[in-house]
Design a protein around this ligand. Structure first.
Ligand code: TXA
Ligand code: MG
Length: 336
């Protein structure tokens, strides 16, 4: 299959919508990361996504919508909280887990009776959803296990020959995937931290948000897995990554002594006598979010085999950075 990479314009957007209507998969930008999109009401279309990603079949996919009527057509027993969060954060980087209606095929939700739903603020994606008039399932556009792509050329390097079309909307503004919150039980549960923080959600709902265990700790085999994405190793570069928590002098000794590559904040690179890959400014989690995934891919490109990553802040958006980095590090953290 030939993979076209086109700039978004009315013609290429029409082309994407008709591919979707015909049950095909297209890669489109969102404000978080690029996604692979297909009709969420058709089983063959989902199969094509799983095939393109090479993804484990037990991982449910997010469904993307363009308006609130579409929400009502795919979710059941929608709680008041969902409308409050939608008012505040949609369109935007928030996914809500709600009870699903039967129009959403079981394959999308991996057999769960719930569905993750998000309204993205990306104008190209919104237009394709409107034109095709379908809710679109959309996992990140990487091959399974690779970091999520934040630009169209990275999508092409993972998906060349596997899908017919990629629309190039430039670099994603945010760079880490949406916050995932479940509203299925009275107490909201955070399944995946993102740009919208649990504190922001709490403030809107006037309720505490419970953090799911898999966010900062590795789930053991007897933990009940509520969100299958929590258990898969994700975002993994080929290198062995370890997160280092401690003062810079000790970090420097460790990484230089071991001849490893430093995955560090921009400010520190000039002071390290080893190979460095930067992932943003020290006190700026937004900047780190927009650079982390491409930094992880760079580690592979330079053939790094041992990497020590500087520990990010874990507050606010920092929790999203720490969560992605922990997965890349297979939960290895050392204190120095
Ligand atoms: O920013 C994003 O959310 C991107 C862009 C493309 O929209 N999409 C994305 O989708 O990251 P994906 O499929 O790579 O991640 C879906 C996450 C997984 O962690 C999955 O386990 C969780 O959401 N999830 C989806 N549906 C769920 C459900 N019904 N119950 C629990 N977790 C669910
Ligand atoms: Mg993903």
């Amino acid at each position: 299959m030939e993979t076209l990479l086109l700039r978004p314009n009315p013609r290429s957007i029409d082309r994407a919508a008709s591919l979707v209507i015909n049950g095909q998969v297209v890669a489109l930008p969102t404000e978080t990361v690029y996604g692979l999109f297909a009709d969420a009401t058709r089983r063959e279309a989902t199969d094509r996504i799983f095939l393109a990603k090479g993804r484990p079949q037990d991982n449910p996919l997010i469904v993307h919508i363009s308006d609130m009527n579409m929400l009502k057509s795919i979710a059941d027993d929608i709680p008041r909280e969902a409308f409050r969060l939608a008012d505040e954060f949609w369109p935007g980087p928030l996914t809500m887990i709600l009870k699903k209606k039967d129009v959403i095929c079981d394959k999308v939700t991996a057999g769960l009776d719930t569905v993750g739903i998000r309204m993205s603020s990306d104008p190209v994606l919104m237009e394709v959803i409107r034109k095709s008039a379908k809710p679109l399932r959309g996992p990140s556009a990487n091959r399974s296990g690779r970091p999520s792509p934040t630009d169209a050329n990275t999508v092409l390097s993972d998906m060349d020959g596997r899908i017919p079309l990629i629309l190039d909307g430039g670099e994603c503004r945010i760079g880490v995937e949406s916050t995932v919150v479940s509203l299925v039980s009275p107490q909201p549960v955070l399944f995946r931290p993102g740009y919208i923080t649990s504190r922001q959600i709490s403030r809107v709902l006037g309720k505490e948000v419970i953090l799911s265990k898999g966010i900062t700790e590795e789930l053991s085999s007897d933990d009940k897995v509520l969100s299958p994405g929590l258990k898969h190793r994700h975002y993994a570069p080929a290198a062995e990554v370890t997160i280092v928590n401690g003062p810079f002098e000790k970090y420097k000794c460790l990484v230089e002594g071991e001849g490893a590559v430093a995955l560090c904040f921009d400010e520190y690179a000039p002071f390290l006598m080893c190979k460095t890959v930067c992932y943003g400014k020290k006190d700026d989690p937004r900047d780190q979010a927009s650079k982390l995934f491409s930094a992880l891919r760079t580690l592979d490109e330079i053939g790094a085999d041992k990497v020590y990553a500087m520990m990010p802040d874990t507050e606010g958006i920092g929790l999203a950075i720490y969560n992605r980095l922990l997965r890349a590090a297979a939960f290895r953290v050392v204190n120095v």
